[in-house]
Design a protein around this ligand. Structure first.
Ligand code: ADP
Ligand code: MG
Length: 696
């Protein structure tokens, strides 16, 4: 038999054959070298198995047990497959919602499996879509012999092709035993030594078959470093491209109308707001297109800064597109600024999906003719029928809510327009440099003066009645209130409060003498606008809402915010919701209601939320709990997906990778051979997308 090399087609690996090779090919694994990047998701050994009777909700665990029963369930949550796995201490339910047909054939009573995943509670403890390892035969022996065995991410699709975690293990162990090449290491030895990183060859093989648990982390760090290096390479490359571009439309005059607009504001801009307006407008005068991130905590007053910059562009004869993630927010922007802009001769208008066809046509025609200076809107702005005469400035509010494609489409409607993206999620510096290294950053660090700190408490939901009395009391004192619900209507799947039932109940119950309204995603936009208008004007006392009001909504007179099932929200989202109050001079209170049967993690989160009001701290804690990917939309950023690296935990590696790249880019001429090789490797590698499995 020919020797196994990195480039050998997978078909020649023992145990693969044409059919499995095809299934793997569909997932992007064609050569032996590709498959080595199919990293295990878990490892199994005797030390990390938890007795079923002792597991806790929200924990990630491995349990080992015997199949006690299995079968398809219908109704409620829809068709699903359930396996009851039991050991001496108790039973747990394993559930699959996809690939039911496949799982039906897999299980037999009495078989022994190890199952790994996060534990939930719904009428009993359960793991949804666990990773499985059948333990009756050889793996059992391996585990008992004290080996650490890899458990691979699984999908019904892979399983159908005969690639269970166990057969995948046969494949990888064969490759690791028979590979003759050393996997070439593009990292210079000096860098490896300085960072104390393993040789690549060792890291790749030992991450599948580690000698001990400590080695797993060492392998991961090496593989993570390579990923981060590639990620940052792409950021640097983008930056280089921008510097090479010269704008067609120029912004030259610092506008007189901007000053008039600022003079007319009902408040004084803070010195920080003035500073960032200057940063932005100065940058717009450069010959290269601006790419800038404006960030600052919820309520710090980013909108007025962006509007001033937009006005500056308009005064220079350019059109501006201002995109927000929700209709409510886009409408509010127009309502807040249209008149003030009009006073200085700037025309602003609105385009969202819920205008009538005729209205859309009119707005689009006026925009194409250049009659609208600043067009506010939602993602409706990116539709093909929307064109501009001279789009020179694109503003994206709550930018992490948009995908890279959506942002790109809007951008492409102009010729190298300036770009300002905004986010309320504060970003630690190292992360900002990594993810937005190609953007310049403006930061607003503090809130406008006169804001009273928000008082936040959390309570278990059995005191809901008292909380409602408290709300009544707040309204008697001249305030207004929000109550946030996780669902619109009753759901059979989740025993959660919903806004429709709450509305029916509360408006004739405890709040019967108050004006109560509700908003959610299914209320017609006209009606929703009326309600929000009335709420802002003080004609509505209590607004029941889903998280549609999460971003942006601004009513300075709201002094109470109640969040139902607060334990179901992430910290960053809770913080964003909290930002709906405390926007005026009155002191506001937030009450987070949580289930009385809370897991330790959820309890910690509640306590953290109550005790911390600094957005930066919240963002860091949230990253630690959830990983930064979700928070900063890395998944949507168009950058390569990270499989070994964690942007939060590996901040040290990220910083080293950044410094290394800075050297490659800035001192290209003086690089030694090893560094030059690395540079070339990155240049070639960046075009080739890393393959990965979605979902797992
Ligand atoms: P965010 O940064 O979260 O987008 P907004 O732009 O919505 O915050 O501003 C929050 C509130 O603060 C708005 O009501 C806005 O009018 C007000 N505001 C902004 N700047 C100031 C200021 N300098 N003084 C007082 N109020 C301000
Ligand atoms: Mg905002």
């Amino acid at each position: 038999m020919a020797e196994l090399r990195l480039q050998s087609p997978l078909q020649y690996v023992k145990g693969v054959g044409p059919k499995k090779a095809e299934a793997l090919g569909e997932l992007g694994f064609n050569e032996v070298g590709d498959l080595l990047k199919y990293y295990p998701r878990h490892y199994l050994d005797r030390t990390n198995v938890v007795p079923i009777g002792r597991i806790q909700i929200d924990q990630e665990v491995t349990v080992v047990g015997e199949v006690k029963a299995h079968g398809t369930l219908y109704g409620g949550k829809g068709r699903r497959y359930e396996v009851i796995l039991g050991d001496k201490t108790g039973n747990i339910s394993l559930l699959w919602f996809a690939g039911v047909k496949y799982w039906e054939r897999l299980f037999k009573k009495g078989q022994v499996f190890a199952a790994t995943g996060r534990v939930n509670y719904f009428q009993g403890i359960q793991i949804v879509h666990p990773d499985l390892e059948r333990l009756d035969d050889d793996s059992d022996q391996m585990v008992h012999a004290g080996r650490i065995i890899p458990v691979y991410p699984q999908t019904a699709q892979l399983n159908k092709a005969g690639l269970s975690s166990k057969s995948m293990r046969k494949v990888t162990s064969f490759i690791c035993d028979n590979l003759v090449d050393t996997i070439p290491d593009h990292l210079p030895d000096s860098v490896r030594q300085q960072q104390q990183l393993m040789p690549l060859h060792e890291a790749v093989i030992k991450c599948h078959y580690p000698d001990d648990r400590r080695q797993i982390e060492l392998c991961r760090r090496r593989l993570a470093f390579d990923e981060l290096l590639e990620l940052q390479y792409m950021v640097y490359r983008n930056k280089g491209r921008k510097i090479a571009t010269i704008k067609k439309h120029r912004v030259e005059i610092p506008g007189e109308r901007v000053f008039r607009f600022i003079d007319n504001l009902p408040f004084e801009l803070t010195s920080e707001q003035q500073k960032v307006i200057k940063e932005i407008t100065d940058d717009m005068q450069s010959e290269h297109p601006m790419s800038r991130l404006l960030h600052g905590d919820v309520g710090c007053g980013k909108t007025v800064v962006a509007v001033a910059a937009a006005l500056h562009a308009a005064e220079n004869g350019l059109q501006v597109a201002f995109m927000a993630p929700t209709e409510i927010l886009a409408e509010q922007h127009v309502r807040s600024w249209q008149a003030a802009l009009g006073k200085v001769g700037i025309t602003a208008d609105l385009l969202t999906a819920s205008l009538t066809a005729k209205q859309k046509q009119t707005v689009a025609a006026r925009c194409a003719a250049g009659e609208i200076d600043i067009l506010f809107g939602t993602h409706a702005l990116i539709y093909d029928y929307v064109t501009f005469d001279r789009l020179g400035f694109v503003i994206i509010d709550e930018q992490h809510r948009f995908g890279v494609e959506q942002r790109g489409k809007l951008y492409a409607k102009g010729e190298d327009p300036d770009l300002l993206v905004m986010t309320a999620t504060p970003i630690p510096r190292t992360l900002a440099l990594t993810l937005y290294g190609d953007l310049d950053i403006s930061t607003i660090e503090s809130l406008p003066p006169g804001r009273k700190p928000i008082r936040t408490v959390w309570r278990t939901d059995d005191v809901r009645g008292k909380v409602h009395e408290y709300v009544k009391d707040q309204i008697a004192k001249g305030g207004q209130a929000y109550i946030i619900y996780p669902l619109i209507e009753k759901s059979e799947q989740m025993e959660l409060q919903n806004v429709e039932d709450a509305f029916k109940e509360l408006s004739v119950g405890v709040f019967r003498n108050l004006k109560v309204e509700m908003v959610h995603g299914r209320i017609k936009s006209k009606q929703r606008d009326d309600i929000l208008d009335k709420y802002r004007n003080g004609e509505v006392d209590v607004l029941l809402a889903t998280t549609v009001i999460e971003v942006g909504i601004d009513n300075p007179n709201a002094t109470a915010l109640v969040i139902e099932h607060a334990d179901r929200f992430g910290l960053a989202q809770l913080h964003q919701l909290r930002g709906r109050v405390g926007r005026g001079e009155k002191r506001a209170t937030v009450v987070a209601l949580a289930n009385s049967r809370l897991s330790d993690i959820a309890r910690q989160r509640m306590e953290y939320f109550v005790e911390n009001s600094n957005g930066f701290d919240i963002a860091e804690a949230d990253m630690e709990l959830r990983g930064p990917g979700e928070i900063f939309g890395v998944k949507q950023s168009g950058l390569p997906e990270l499989r070994a690296a964690n942007l939060f935990r590996d901040r040290d590696l990220m910083e080293s990778a950044r410094l290394l790249l800075e050297r490659l880019f800035d001192q290209t001429e003086e690089l030694d051979r090893a560094h030059r090789n690395l540079y070339t490797y990155l240049q070639h590698g960046a075009g080739r997308r890393r393959m990965h499995l979605g979902g797992g």
